[in-house]
Ligand binder design. Structure first.
Ligand code: FCB
Length: 431
């Protein structure tokens, strides 16, 4: 392991989502889903981190850990708990929370949809129905008109591909309807929602003369798909097909307005460049076999607690590829690992940030890194058992304790470098 530096303008912080930390919301599709007993450890997002009530304490912690930027979710189900009924209290809560972030010198990036939405919308068919883009637009209008003076940066939708695949193919998430037809329709509708929201956010902030540069994008979940056997042309083909179907078709549809097959065709909302930054959520690589059109793991590779391969090189490959294609600044909108014992998280961060520093040296404009995540939280179907936090959480007492990796990351955020001294103090063995 060697010391390295990040560029002086580089920004580091953390990412989270509303439903995974806030607790207390009974109006979302995930609340209903948890109540049906689908969560592996029996936990529910009703508890989570009680961040709704503890946000002041959590923001102090972020400031202590030298966070400069913070990606947070706004919950649609809190803002519009019943159809057409917008909550002034929820809005005020988010205004207070965001104002406190700003007072602490932490710049917010707001996610408008991160897997969860109001139950009334789910009951109408969620993103399967064509009317969803009108509902989404109405919600986005309310948020941006009322928060747009404080927030200039937005992610419209988090990981549309993961939302669609988990809900309509693997059926481990709501609404658990196995249907490729619906899956494609959802991706198409999410693309249209994104484009409408992209235009609307720019329009509102411009018309109202709100301060700061408007930046709008998507948090794209990107994986590396490599052939299981790199010399087998059929495995190579399967890897390319999977990459296109899982990520490239939807990214292109959302970014250009041209619907790609199999999502659709034509450009129902016109064409354009609907991204101001290219958001990458990166975790792992899949090894693809033609036989059975399966994705599996490369043998003898390092893995995290959930069995995901730790493959930092993947971040370099993805940034090169998508920068060449979209020519937009890159924000790593999520990267992190599940490591209950905090045995390798600091090394993981080191390796991925080293990759970022290499990309910057090559002239690829990677500008930001949002670590997933500040504190252990409600990890969807895994519940409270999968621990991704820089900070350990005891969910019974809600006590927060900074882990070794958290202290390491905090120093990196402060200094924008990893020194020899830090390597000796915090890092172990992975590399
Ligand atoms: C991403 C999700 C995020 C979190 C991490 C571990 O796919 O966007 O909410 O669950 O994975």
């Amino acid at each position: 392991m060697k010391p390295f530096r990040l560029p002086s303008h580089f920004l580091l912080g953390c990412a989270s989502s509303g439903a995974q930390i806030e607790g207390g919301d009974r109006n979302s599709n995930w609340y209903a889903w948890c109540n049906q007993g689908h969560i592996k450890d029996g936990s529910t997002c009703l508890r989570a981190n009680d961040h709704w009530n503890r946000y002041k304490e959590d923001i102090s912690l972020m400031a202590e850990l030298n966070q400069k930027i913070y990606r947070m979710g706004i919950e649609w189900s809190r803002i519009e708990p019943q159809e057409g009924n917008f909550s002034k209290e929820a809005l005020q809560h988010y205004r207070d929370e965001i104002s406190l972030l700003l007072q602490n010198g932490i710049k917010p990036l707001v996610t408008l949809h991160h897997f969860t939405h109001p139950l009334w919308l789910e009951e109408k068919g969620g993103f399967e129905q064509d009317a969803v883009s009108e509902y989404f637009e109405r919600y986005v209008r309310f948020v941006v008109e009322n928060l747009g003076d404080l927030v200039s940066e937005y992610i419209t939708i988090n990981e549309p591909n993961v939302y669609a695949v988990m809900g309509y193919y693997f059926c481990e998430w709501p609404p658990a309807k196995k249907s490729v037809k619906l899956l494609l329709k959802v991706l198409k509708n999410m693309s249209l929602c994104h484009i409408r929201a992209y235009r609307l956010i720019h329009k509102i902030r411009e018309e109202k003369g709100y301060p700061g540069k408007t930046m709008v994008g998507v948090a794209n979940h990107l994986r590396i798909f490599d052939p299981y056997n790199k010399n087998n042309p059929l495995d190579q083909l399967a890897a390319r097909v999977m990459e296109y179907l899982f990520q490239d078709a939807v990214i292109k549809s959302m970014s250009t307005g041209i619907l790609m097959l199999p999502l659709g065709s034509g450009a129902p909302l016109g064409t354009g460049k609907f991204l101001d930054f290219f958001g990458i959520n990166y975790y792992t690589r899949d090894a693809v076999r033609f036989k059975g059109f399966q994705n599996t793991q490369m043998p003898n590779t390092p893995r995290n607690d959930l069995g995901w391969e730790i493959y930092p090189e993947g971040l370099i490959r993805l940034c090169r590829k998508y920068y060449a294609e979209y020519q937009a600044p890159i924000w790593i909108t999520e990267n992190g690992t599940c490591d209950k014992e905090d045995a390798f998280r600091a090394d993981y961060i080191y390796q991925h940030l080293l990759a970022v520093s290499q990309l910057c040296q090559e002239g690829i404009p990677v500008e930001r890194y949002y670590h997933w995540t500040l504190m252990d939280n409600f990890e969807w179907a895994e519940g409270e058992s999968a621990r991704f936090g820089l900070v350990h959480v005891d969910f019974d007492t809600q006590e927060r304790n900074v882990r070794n990796s958290g202290r390491f990351y905090s120093e990196v955020c402060d200094k924008l470098e990893v020194t020899q001294e830090m390597i000796e103090k915090y890092l172990t063995s992975l590399g």
